[in-house]
Design a protein. Structure first.
Length: 205
């Protein structure tokens, strides 16, 4: 994997979008793509795409564009997709259960290795083991897990995050509707469904 490059967070987000576009091109057996075509598919300007990809050196060929397989491999290396990355999920309520049943994580290079809950119970159509919270620290250490999905109630979120960070989690996808306090070396991406709906409602007035 290439050495860690200091890339802006928004550029990293756009890399994920470029990767999905490249995957669709690969599925359609397209070998090369121009910066203009890839930018249009990703919904960004060509100048922005070229700026984002310039962090990794000269990837394209003038007049020909980008080799789809090579560019996808480079982005996959940067995003850590080219080997299965273990993830845990904490909070197996309605949302947590639905996420456990989602089959797309593995396709994108992530494996939900286990889920944790205060009251672990059998979940229908869930193949991921659901374990008690008391097993979480040892599991994180043993499996060298660095990422977690958080779907616990807001009232419990900060205390759970404190435990996650203490035991080595460095990146959290937060579905709990609250702002989390974490050290500078820990990254949190929050998904507040109510806020997203409020934002959308502005555009239909």
């Amino acid at each position: 994997m290439p050495a860690k490059i200091d890339i802006p967070r928004k550029s990293i987000y756009r890399l994920s979008i470029y990767q999905r576009c490249l995957q669709r091109l690969r599925e359609n057996q397209v070998d090369t793509v121009s910066s203009a075509a890839l930018a249009k598919a990703a919904g960004v300007k060509s100048t922005q795409l070229r700026k984002d990809l310039a962090y990794f050196g000269q990837l394209g060929t003038r007049g020909l564009g980008y080799n789809v397989d090579a560019l996808s491999g480079t982005i996959g290396d940067v995003l850590g997709q080219n080997k299965l990355q273990p993830v845990i999920l904490v909070g197996v309520g309605n949302l947590g259960s639905a996420l456990l049943r989602y089959g797309g994580f593995r396709k994108e290079g992530f494996e939900v290795a286990a889920a944790f809950d205060l009251s672990p119970r059998k979940q229908p159509q869930v193949t991921v083991p659901v374990l008690p919270m008391t097993d979480m620290a040892e599991f994180i250490r043993r499996q060298n897990v660095k990422m977690a999905i958080l779907t616990v109630p807001a009232s419990n979120a900060q205390s759970v995050v404190n435990d996650l960070v203490q035991h080595g989690i460095q990146a959290i996808l937060n579905f709990s509707p609250t702002v989390l306090d974490v050290p500078e070396n820990v990254v949190v991406n929050s998904v507040d469904l109510a806020v997203e709906l409020e934002n959308l409602s502005y555009f239909i007035r």
